[in-house]
Write a protein that binds this ligand. Sequence first.
Ligand code: NAD
Length: 490
Amino acid sequence: MLTIRNYVDGELVEPIGGAYLDNVDPATGRVYSRVPDSGADDIDRAVDAARRRFDAWSHTPVAERARVMLEIANLLEADVDRFAEAESVDNGKPVKLARSLDIPRAVENMRFFATAMVHFHGESHATDGMAINYTLRQPRGVAGAISPWNLPLYLLTWKIAPALATGNTVVAKPSEVTPMTAYLFCELCQRAALPPGVLNIVHGSGPRAGAPLVVHPHVPTITFTGGTATGAEIARTAAPMFKKISLELGGKNPNIVFADADLDRAIAGSLRGAFANQGQICLCGSRLFVERSVHDEFVERFVAGARALKVGDPQDANSDQGAVVSKSHLEKIRYYVDLAGQEGGTIRCGGRSPEVVNDRCKDGFFIEPTVITGLGVDCRVNREEIFGPVVSIIPFDDERQVIDFANGTDYGLSASLWTRDISRAHRVAARIDAGTVWVNCWLLRDLRVPFGGTKSSGVGREGGEEALRFFTEPKNVCIHIPGDDIDDRG
Ligand code: NAD
């Protein structure tokens, strides 16, 4: 059985305490590897390595930092099949999704930030002929990066790439539920000759490895993606220490279909938005609002589309849906499906674990795409994040009402709307509380744009220059220009 190791100071090492956690393949329910159960001493060792290397890395020419990062991207791209297979086994997602989305996006993350940094700029302000102010944007030191299990390598690289490009060194703590591709990634860093200590990856649980990273006095920057409750705990720890934090948290995203929409496109896009990655994407549209005049037709066609999705062995190239990530997560999803019944909803399809699949997967964690109707907007199923292949469809009567519905949760991550009326698209987009609004599309990503949430979906923005700014500290330098007739100003 494969034993995953930590990556500290350029070496793959055992956790100091010698303890390991089981790593389960969700498609089979079987333990298939061991992941370090690291603790505070492992974090200390990694932070020490990152601190020692900070001066050299932050003074390494940008072009050289970019060169190493591009080399890692090239190695990853050349190895896409192996990484996609590993991601699929570790997470339960269909291998074709890992092959088309997760790993290519991880490559893109590395490339995008390696090259973005080459074009990054500071600001300068000429002050009435008497001074020039210019702003240095300097790396902040050791960045702590904590990432979740749903898009393991995609979200890990989304954090470490801008941190490294800007000259920070990094200690990353991937999800203990899906550690495998982070581990394989370390081997690529070694092959690309990334200097030791620039990137360190420590595996382990949130409480034992994540919390010591957050509280570490020599880690002034924390970038976190995960659940809202964990984000709140991190904020409680980090705020009195005056750390800079970025929190990308949960969502309960509205997906709004107006009667004038191109229904074919709206249905196809909404199916993808509801069920991609078994519904385990923070941006999934789990509340589907459909204008009343097309509601019944929409529901019928949407349910048919959900039924047509093939739940199967993630390794099978024909599977549209794989396993959800763990037994406990499957139980959570089932709990909400049961709750939907108690709250008066009708399960239009799904809700059960399918007969699946094949002998290999008979003990895996599968659940059919599930469509619920008949629930009120304020019930728990429509307010709480389920994070599985479960969507609730709700009719609405007009624009004003659906904006209220859409904004009626604690979350504010993303929204989609489907309409042919361009004026309405602008109007509604401006009024929705969310960090991203997609019009006639879903998950169409441009890495240059700001990405993040409002309300309980998080604090701060990632993406493009927002990320480069986050990982740097602006310092203003004011140069007085001596002149004969100008007083100093306070
Ligand atoms: P989680 O909060 O349980 O865990 C995320 C990471 O935090 C893991 O690495 C975990 O080990 C670590 N962690 C847990 N407790 C910690 C603590 N006390 N201190 C420090 N680290 C700790 O989340 P998850 O279940 O892995 O991921 C699912 C959640 O992530 C969902 O809520 C989803 O919406 C959210 N998510 C958000 C985005 C986004 O961009 N907004 C993207 C993906 C996932």
